[in-house]
Design a protein around this ligand. Structure first.
Ligand code: 3HC
Length: 309
């Protein structure tokens, strides 16, 4: 083992942080850029489904809350691109990879938001799933990623709470509002379970990511944690989760639940979801519209640095 390999192995074994200037295996760097970039892409694309409802929010209060949440997601994305850049990645290149389909973003954002109840259900279930997935990532072995997660998780808690409160309000409203909430729950429950990734026996990256303490729990462990958290919340809300196999298993001390449609997850990941084309077209347009700002900023920086144009 070289000195670098030994130091890296000791760092991981002692649960310490790998920092950008430390020696690290190429595979570790590659995995971290892959995961952080896709996480950042998810945050940025994730602004679209809820962003569509900002102009149609039912009150100024709801509009202000939704604006704050969508703005938070943008900040999470930029924060995570900065973490990826500490590994030598370039955010312009990462954005091109996203737009050209060479990098992924979370499947969950390829579903349509059909009513304002979807805004509440996304806050409750999607941000709730994100919290289950992201809290352990606060202890990820790569320093900048783990530290970014601490701030992001604090803001996700607000996201989940505002969603749940919105749904509580609607469930106390008219029968039509209650129906809108149930319809949104029916559409978002299974895609939320798929956010945690394929089942462990179909997860090519998990074993190595857990050995490097990037991931602290497997996909199925975190999915189970999310189900156990959500069922009592659904009962308190007064909605039915669309899974007839959901039942408390006293022996396991967890809820049993049905099997997500893994073929659907594969289809959506490979670009064949309800909104994939729309999401990428929107991201491409935003990238093109913002090109002049990036060029002006770069020209200004070069001028300040005395670099000839
Ligand atoms: N959507 C899209 N791609 C997915 C996916 C999903 N739900 N689940 C898995 N994949 C991809 C993986 O990226 C991997 O493909 P790749 O090798 O080309 O990158 C492949 O499917 C196999 O999956 P693995 O389980 O082997 O991959 P990972 O070990 O990377 O685990 C993960 C997948 C659990 C999503 C992990 O990457 C992770 O924890 N990422 C960080 C968290 C994240 O990205 N969350 C996305 C949501 S962000 C969000 O919700 C924002 C909030 O504000 C709402």
């Amino acid at each position: 083992m070289t000195d670098g390999e030994q130091v890296f192995a000791d760092t991981i074994a002692k649960d310490q942080r790998v920092e950008p200037r430390d020696w690290m295996p190429d595979g570790y760097r590659k995995t971290m850029i892959r995961q952080i970039a896709q996480h950042a892409h998810s945050e940025i694309i994730g602004m679209q489904p809820e962003g569509e409802w900002i102009t149609r929010a039912p009150s100024l209060r709801r509009k202000a809350i939704l604006l704050a949440k969508v703005q938070d997601e943008a900040g999470h994305g930029l924060y995570l691109y900065s973490a990826a850049e500490t590994l030598g990645a370039d955010r312009g290149d990462l954005t091109r990879r996203l737009i050209e389909g060479r990098q992924k973003y979370s499947s969950i954002f390829n579903y349509p938001t059909l009513s304002f109840a979807d805004v509440g259900v996304i806050g409750w279930l999607v941000d709730g799933a994100a919290i289950c997935n992201q809290v352990p990532l606060c202890r990820s072995s790569f320093g900048p990623y783990g530290r970014a997660m601490i701030r992001i998780c604090k803001e996700e808690s607000f996201h989940q709470r505002q969603g749940y409160e919105l749904l509580m309000t609607m469930m106390g409203g008219t029968p039509a509002q209650r129906e809108m909430v149930q319809d949104a729950v029916n559409r978002w429950w299974w895609p939320s379970l798929m956010m945690f990734g394929p089942p462990d026996d179909q997860s090519p990256n998990s074993a190595q990511s857990m050995a490097w303490k990037i991931k602290r729990h497997s996909n199925d462990e975190l999915r189970q944690r999310f189900v156990d958290m959500s069922v009592p919340q659904a009962e308190a809300l007064g909605v039915t989760l669309p899974d007839p196999e959901l039942a408390w298993n006293t022996e396991r001390g967890h809820y049993d639940y049905g099997t997500p449609d893994w073929d659907e997850l594969k289809r959506v990941i490979s670009g064949d979801g309800p909104c994939n084309a729309q999401r990428i077209a929107h991201r491409r347009r935003a990238d093109e519209d913002g090109a002049w700002v990036r060029e002006a900023a770069a020209a200004h920086a070069a001028k300040r640095a005395g670099v000839p144009a």
